[in-house]
Structures are given as structure tokens and as C-alpha cells.
Design a protein. Structure first.
Length: 264
């Protein structure tokens, strides 16, 4: 299929195209073995979509921590090579033909999320469909994480000023790795993955959640203002641009470290 036609077809279904974290299984997801009762069928909806106010962070599910429903679904060893995946549940699943994602971890029960990897462009994979087998990404677990429970976070910003975030409970333990995502012991770990201490990594980016920070609503894919040391650039199909701030929103601009005059 010609690239232009593929792009037009992709944009024709944007209003009904969304993704969610698949693995590690997010809180209250249908594929989370610890989910009690009815799973959340709107985890793939962008924040504040469809008249529904979405609580930040983690869609309000940090309240499950410390309960059976919030138990970890995977165990990762610090420094191990792992992977995570996303999916687009039927009938409203879809990739938006890309975007930018971040993954991060919190070791303080969700008060602070530190960036592990920033994927700038082609996230989700444009040609990966909505199936998790085509939307799997590798990463290295920071080797200085302490033993204990942590919260894994995935965020996605598409080109339509939409933001989504899902979170999952994980357990970090030296020398012990079990992963529904098929994690394996490290084979070759990039040195830059260890060049910054975990607590010195930047916090994850937040936008398009009524906090005053807006991403460009254009064909561009988001270039994160503070992506961290581990950045994976996309395929170059679309330009990458930084976010915008609503004129006059000084509080949001200052909180995000943005000069409102230049829009980020």
C-alpha cells in the first residue's frame, strides 16, 4: 500500500483508535490475574475522554497498592533486559499511526515517576497492528533499583493532543526474573543505561491532561523536553517537536519548567 494512502486510512479512524499497556499487566486490566470483579474496559481511552474525568496518575489505581488486586504481576532483576508491550482492544483499538511514549518507574508508591526510556516517534509501531506481538519494546531495568515493589508506568502522547497512562505493579529482586513479557537475563547492556543514577533521572512528561501543557496538534510527533539518558528515535516519517503551553498559563509553565513565551 502506498505510504500516503496508508496515512490517510490511518487518520480516517483516529477518533476510534487507542492503545493501552498490555504487559506488564496494568492495574484492573482484563489480562491481570489479580483483577477482582469487573475489569476496566476503558484503559485504552485517552485521559478525560468522552466526558469522563481521569485521575492522574495511573488512572486512580494507585489505591490498589498493598491489596491483593494490586499485587505485582512480574519480577525483574536490576540490570536485566526486559520488554513491555501495548495492545489496542477491539473494537476501538488502534495505533494513531504512531506518537511518542515513555516508560518509567516509581519506587515511592507513585509519588514520583522517573523516566527509564523515551520513545520519540513511531510509538506505537506504525506497522505493528493492535496486537501486542507487534507492539513489543525492549528496555534495561535500572541496575540501582532497590529490592521491593515498584510501579511501572507507560505514557503515550499522540498527534491529536491526547495523553494516556497505564501503570502496573512489579517486584524488583536481585538475581530473580520472571516476566509475562518474556524477560530474559541481560546479554549486552548499553553503558549509557547506567550513566545516571535512578533518582537523578528526569520525571516523566505530563501533557494534555488539563494541566495547561499542550502537545503540538500537527503531523509532528512529540520531542520530550527532558527525555532522559535513554532515547529511542522513531523512523523519521514525521518531524519531532516539543510541546506547547497555553498563553498566560504561568503556573503550568513554571511547574513544567517551560518558558511560556517560546511555547516550550
Amino acid at each position: 500500500m502506498p505510504p500516503l494512502l496508508k496515512t490517510l486510512l490511518a487518520f480516517s479512524t483516529l477518533a476510534e483508535a487507542h492503545m493501552q499497556l498490555h504487559s506488564p499487566a496494568p492495574f484492573n486490566a482484563s489480562n491481570n490475574l489479580h483483577t477482582n470483579g469487573h475489569p476496566d474496559t476503558q484503559l485504552h481511552y485517552p485521559y478525560n475522554c468522552c466526558g469522563r474525568r481521569t485521575e492522574y496518575p495511573c488512572r486512580g489505581y494507585l489505591s490498589l497498592l498493598g491489596t491483593p488486586a494490586g499485587a505485582p504481576t512480574v519480577t525483574w532483576a536490576p540490570g536485566s533486559l526486559q520488554n513491555w508491550s501495548m495492545a489496542g482492544p477491539a473494537p476501538l483499538g488502534g495505533t494513531h499511526y504512531g506518537g511518542s511514549c515513555q516508560i518509567g518507574l516509581s519506587i515511592d508508591k507513585g509519588n514520583t515517576f522517573r523516566t527509564v526510556v523515551s520513545y520519540e516517534g513511531n510509538c506505537p509501531h506504525r506497522d505493528g497492528s493492535e496486537d501486542p506481538t507487534g507492539q513489543t519494546f525492549n528496555f534495561t531495568v535500572p541496575r540501582d533499583l532497590p529490592t521491593g515493589e515498584a510501579v511501572f508506568a507507560w505514557t503515550w502522547v499522540n498527534r491529536e493532543q491526547e495523553f494516556n497512562m497505564n501503570c502496573a505493579a512489579v517486584f524488583v529482586e536481585v538475581g530473580n526474573t520472571t516476566s509475562e513479557a518474556g524477560g530474559v537475563p541481560p546479554i549486552s547492556i548499553p553503558s549509557q543505561a547506567y550513566s545516571v543514577a535512578f533518582n537523578d533521572r528526569p520525571e516523566m512528561f505530563i501533557a494534555d491532561t488539563r494541566h495547561g501543557c499542550l502537545t503540538p496538534k500537527t503531523d509532528a510527533e512529540l520531542k520530550f523536553p527532558e527525555p532522559g539518558i535513554n532515547v529511542e528515535e522513531g523512523d523519521g516519517m514525521y518531524p519531532r517537536r516539543r510541546k506547547e503551553v497555553r498563553p498566560g498559563d504561568k503556573i503550568a509553565a513554571e511547574a513544567l519548567g517551560v518558558d511560556e513565551k517560546d511555547g516550550g
